[in-house]
Write a protein that binds this ligand. Structure first.
Ligand code: PEP
Ligand code: MG
Length: 608
């Protein structure tokens, strides 16, 4: 009762705020406003056309849809109402003046929600960008020109070629071919063996590996005079294919403008390569009409859609966005090594998510300030477990590139499988043995990995080791105790190593206080956090979380408020300029993004 009376009689301060910016009172200014409002204890509301919303909540503010020319009442009620009122009115004024005149400058990305009029087929984005060119459906022409190479020579040459190629996928293929060709006498036996392997993969977690088997078979066949040519058009085109071999991605012609894969997954090797090559690409499972070489199709990979027969208005809209994106990309690239400070004076750190040595080098060239997530499960996609020496050597090379490195222990399970890790058949693999839970089933793997990380970290000043899929404080304690035992067993010094966790299992949000006492740092895995919050598999072809993802935003706000150790976010959402601006406005100022997104996100945040 007293509290009620207190609130009722508490002094309140109101004023009318005019939205003078042509961009209205939307995401960026509203986020800054709500963040500031949260610093006060008073009740702060925004009242507009009879509706009163909590001004500490970004989404509530956005729901008012305040446009240029509108005005609303700011009402502050409570102990610090006077201070809140003064601070918020001043901030609002400055936000209205700082707002860029042209909304398209708000982020460096074109609008994701183009209102296209023509029929469009939607899918999932692999790499952003816009392509306008005729569709061309994949086809290949196979021929055999007998040569003198014997089967054994063909195997030897293929192995030699793969060994000489400096990328991790080729190394994985080398190991795969070495195993598959053991005891095989001729090409038809190899073909049969590969067909059996592929049949066994069907419908399983490793179906995407099918493409790797085909790739190495093609390589051997090629040595024996079999050739497969793909009659790619020499004029600009958008490729539509079920899937691509990793080696085919490397050989795509310059006339290629974009790719639509119809049977792939975002974690397939070809998707990873298309993304790092920056080729606008999507995965779209719906059948597309046959090409018409005289008609341009429109692929808006940023928005995740393909328009096979776009109307001229849609092409004009896309061209405008494309042109703008190009200008901004160029500008962003020039500034890629410059530090990021937002227009609100907030310094931001941009790190990179990497999967191997080449993406780590790419991250360096793109201006990353360190590695925020080294996904080690992609480093050793080979038939046998990587040895201690193999791991030491690759970690050492990657560690030498940056001062700040966060390396994540193996995160296998769910949609990520490795040939040398037998996982149980589970009804819901995303809810099963995954990430750090493998410590119980495969302690040897973790022991070798941690030992190799410790070895490679001996010459570094700081290294962060991060455990994925931590669900309870106990699971973190167990993982860290295990790491300490390994250090003791092999006599490594680990005082300079920080131990942290991914925040990606919703249960962790309810015990952040306990985690604060245990961890050295946190990194939010928004990909998994989203799938677990909405109970929608992250690889699901048709279900997607609501937009905006209110529950995710609230979860992120809660983490930002309660985490009292260094906090970053390494999920895909940080690679989206407006989401990145939202994160920064909410106090998450260290973001880890794909190497290809670094310059773009840096530039967008400088304007945020
Ligand atoms: C995440 O879940 O957001 C994350 C960064 O980890 P991964 O995508 O590798 O599961
Ligand atoms: Mg994850």
């Amino acid at each position: 009762m007293i509290a009620f009376l207190d609130r009722f009689f508490a002094k309140h301060y109101t004023s009318v705020l005019h939205v003078s910016s042509p961009s209205g009172f939307h995401l960026r200014p509203a986020a800054a406003f709500a963040t500031k409002a949260k610093r006060f204890q008073s009740t702060i509301t925004a009242e507009y056309r009879g509706e009163s919303v909590d001004a500490k909540k970004l989404n509530a503010l956005l729901s008012l849809n305040l446009e240029e020319g509108d005005h609303f009442d700011l009402v502050c009620r409570g102990k610090d109402a006077k201070e809140a009122h003064e601070a918020l009115t001043a901030l609002f004024e400055s936000l209205m003046h700082q707002e860029p005149q042209n909304t398209s400058q708000e982020t460096s990305e074109p609008s994701y929600h183009q209102d296209y009029q023509s029929q469009s087929f939607c899918g999932r984005r692999i790499a952003p960008g816009i392509a306008i060119a005729p569709l061309w459906h994949y086809q290949e022409v196979r021929s055999v020109q007998q040569n003198d190479t014997t089967f054994q020579e063909a195997i030897a040459k293929s192995l030699e070629y793969l060994a000489s190629t400096q990328d991790e996928i080729a190394q994985a293929h080398h190991a795969l071919l070495a195993t598959l060709s053991e005891g095989v006498a001729d090409l038809s036996q190899l073909q049969n063996r590969i067909a059996t392997e592929i049949a066994a993969l069907e419908g399983g977690q490793m179906e995407a590996k099918r493409i790797d088997y085909l790739d190495i078979l093609h390589l051997v066949e090629k040595q024996m005079g079999h050739s497969t040519t793909i009659p790619y058009p020499s004029t600009p085109f958008i490729l539509v294919a079920d899937e691509l071999l990793p080696s085919q991605v490397a050989q795509l012609p310059t006339s290629l403008q974009g790719v639509v894969l119809q049977k792939s997954t975002p974690t397939s090797h070809s998707a990873i390569l298309l993304n790092s090559a920056g080729i606008p690409s999507i995965i779209c499972h719906q059948p597309l009409p046959q090409e018409n070489p005289d008609n341009d199709a429109l692929l808006d990979a940023t928005a995740g859609c393909i328009l096979p027969t776009p109307l001229p208005e849609d092409i004009a809209l896309a061209k405008e966005a494309q042109q703008e994106a190009r200008i901004q990309e160029k500008e962003a690239h020039k500034q890629r090594f410059a530090p990021v400070v937002t227009s609100q004076g907030e310094p931001v750190t941009i790190l990179a998510n990497v999967t191997d040595l080449s993406s780590a080098k790419e991250a360096k060239a793109q201006g990353a300030e360190g590695i925020g997530l080294l996904r080690t499960e992609f480093l050793f996609d080979q038939p046998t477990p990587p040895t201690f020496e193999q791991q030491c050597s690759i970690y050492h090379e990657i560690f030498s590139l940056f001062e700040h490195i966060t390396i994540r222990t193996l995160d296998v399970g769910g949609d990520k499988a490795l040939p040398y890790i037998a996982l149980p058949q589970e009804q819901n693999p995303f809810l099963g043995i995954r990430g750090i839970r493998l410590l119980q089933t495969h302690p040897d793997l973790f022991e070798t990995q941690l030992r190799a990380i410790f070895e490679a970290a001996q010459t570094k000043e700081h290294i962060k080791i991060m455990f994925p899929m931590i669900d309870t404080p106990q699971s973190f304690e167990e993982a860290k105790a295990f790491a300490k035992e390994v250090a003791q067993k092999y006599q490594y010094r680990i005082e300079h190593i920080a131990f942290g966790m991914m925040v990606e299992v919703p249960a962790t949000l309810f015990c952040l206080n306990a985690f604060n006492r245990l961890v050295d740092f946190y990194s939010i895995g928004s990909n998994d956090l989203t799938q677990y919050l909405y109970a929608i598999e992250r690889t699901h072809p048709s279900l997607t979380p609501p937009a905006p993802p209110e529950a995710l935003y609230q979860a992120l706000e809660q983490i930002a408020q309660q985490a009292d150790k260094p906090l970053s976010l390494c999920g895909e959402m940080a690679s989206d300029a407006s989401e990145a601006a939202w994160l920064v406005a909410h106090g998450i100022t260290t973001l880890s993004v794909a190497p290809s997104a670094i310059a773009r996100i840096k530039e967008a945040l400088r304007r945020a």
